[in-house]
Structures are given as structure tokens and as C-alpha cells.
Design a protein around this ligand. Sequence first.
Ligand SMILES: Cc1cc2nc3c(=O)[nH]c(=O)nc-3n(C[C@H](O)[C@H](O)[C@H](O)COP(=O)(O)OP(=O)(O)OC[C@H]3O[C@@H](n4cnc5c(N)ncnc54)[C@H](O)[C@@H]3O)c2cc1C
Length: 279
Amino acid sequence: MRPRAVVVGGGISGLTAAYRLASAGWGVEVVEQREEIGGLARSTSLGNGRIECYYHFICGGDAHLLRLADELNLAESLRWAPAPMGHLYNGRLYRFSTAWDLLGFKPLSIIERLRLGLASYKAQRSTKWRPLDAVTAKEWLLHTVGERVYEVLWRPLLEVKFGPYADQVTAAWLWHRLWRVGTSRRSAFRAEVMGYFSGGSETLLGRLADRAACLGAGLNLGTTALALMPSSSGWSVETSRGDLMAQVVIMAVPLPVAAALTRDALPEYASHLGSVPYL
Ligand SMILES: Cc1cc2nc3c(=O)[nH]c(=O)nc-3n(C[C@H](O)[C@H](O)[C@H](O)COP(=O)(O)OP(=O)(O)OC[C@H]3O[C@@H](n4cnc5c(N)ncnc54)[C@H](O)[C@@H]3O)c2cc1C
């Protein structure tokens, strides 16, 4: 008998887990509440075409994703294109892609521009992010680039992305952003080059789902997981379309959903998950 797993969530994490487990000989059932796969990376119809619900790009340093694309014979579907950035300040849009753009960014003094350039350059070349996890992005920015750079450039970006949690975000996150985008840049004087799948993320997601299905995985769309309960064979996953039995359950869902699913079976674990602030 093949070992059995249930994967809750049909986004990229769940589909990758299903593909990997099925490749390793497991019997897998994916449970996805929507009628479509993809989660946050899903696409929708627009006119005669399809478009991603949210904008996704791939960077040169996204090694796991690039290896996965290769493994799924999708390397040739990847298109790399320059992705110029801008920064809106006081109603004016400034180009903000290269070192030249930074040097010409008049809202900051020349010393502030140089400090910011140096800090970004150092962050992009460092891989020592662990100590940064002990400080917030705000603290790190105030210390390395000063208050004005923080106010003009970073505070608005952090607030738009993290809302009420902007002040609590770890500097390790900020480092990763700078490092990751840096892996897509050939030189500080050229704009980043970002990768996109021809046909959008849907191309990757569809291929993952197809490969997992070819290896015997079941894809249960329109099926909501309601609760996890221990059973004689491991776990019973109660869903809107009946119970599924498995030795292993992988929850590839947002943390609050995972907390709700495990509330009765694993109260301590659920309360730990539930204590993590979530946007
Ligand atoms: C605006 C935006 C831009 C982004 N840009 C990028 C980018 O450029 N590059 C990048 O790498 N990442 C980007 N991301 C992040 C990326 O989209 C996510 O990290 C990734 O898609 C998360 O995948 P996931 O499978 O972990 O979770 P999700 O995509 O959230 O999938 C979870 C799935 O679980 C399902 N589900 C939830 N509850 C249940 C339940 N009870 N029963 C059954 N199914 C359930 C959901 O319907 C969903 O399909 C972006 C995200 C956003 C919002």
C-alpha cells in the first residue's frame, strides 16, 4: 500500500508539495476550496485573454523556482524583460531603477543619496541576514540611511505593504527584498531584468497540477477542508465533500486557516499559529 497524504490548498505551495509527494510514490489528494488552482498566483479571464489577479515576477536568484521550471520543462517559457521602477513623491513620479536614477533623485540631499546607494549596495552583496532578524526594518533604516531617507522613501513603501505592522517588520525581510532584486541586475547602472512565464504564473501552476495528476494525485476543486482529526491510520480530514484519510496532512493555507483547522485536534499548536499577526 502506498502511503497517503492530503494536501490542503491548491496554491503553488500545495501543488508543489503534491507533485513532490506523488513523484516519491505517495498517494496524494489535494483539497482546494476554489473551483480553480493557483491561490494568490491564480489568473482570471479578461476579454478574450487571461491575466494574473496579482502581479508576479521572478528574479535571477530565485534558484528553487528556476530549478522547478527546468524540471517541468518550462525553462523555454520564461521571458526576461527590463522592469523599470518609479517612486512617487509629492505628486511627481521619479525614475528609480538604476544608480543614475538614485543620483538624480532631488528630494534627497547628495549625501543622503550616496548613503542610500552604499547601504543598498552592501545589502545586495551580503548574505548575512540572520543578525538582521533581531532588528526591525525601521530601526535598521534609521541607523544606516537616516531619518529623511526613511521618511521620503521607505516609510511610505512599508506602510502601503504592511499597514499597521509596518514598524514591526524585520530588517531581514528588507534585506531579502534588496538582495533578491539585486540578483536580477547585471550592474548598478542598469535596470533589473525580471522573469515571467509566457502565459503568466498559470503556465507553471497548470504544469505542476498536470504532472501531479499524471503521477496519480487527485485534485479536489471546490472542496473546503473543515477540520483535522486524529484517526487510527493517522489523520482524518473533514471536507465539504466527505472525509479523507491520510498518514500525513500538509497545510498549504494561510496561518489563520491552519489554526482553525487544527483547533480541536491540536489546541496548543493552533493557538501558537493563531498568535502570529496576519494581514
Ligand atoms: C499582490 C501580490 C504580489 C505578489 N508578487 C509576488 C512576486 O512577484 N513574486 C513572488 O515570489 N511572490 C509574490 N507574491 C506572493 C505569492 O503570490 C505567494 O507567496 C504565493 O502565491 C503563496 O502561495 P501558497 O500556495 O503558499 O498560498 P496561497 O496562494 O494563499 O494558496 C492557498 C490556497 O489554499 C486555499 N484554501 C484556503 N483555505 C482552504 C480550506 N479551508 N480548504 C481548502 N482550500 C483552502 C486557497 O483558496 C488557496 O488556493 C505576491 C502576492 C501578492 C498578493
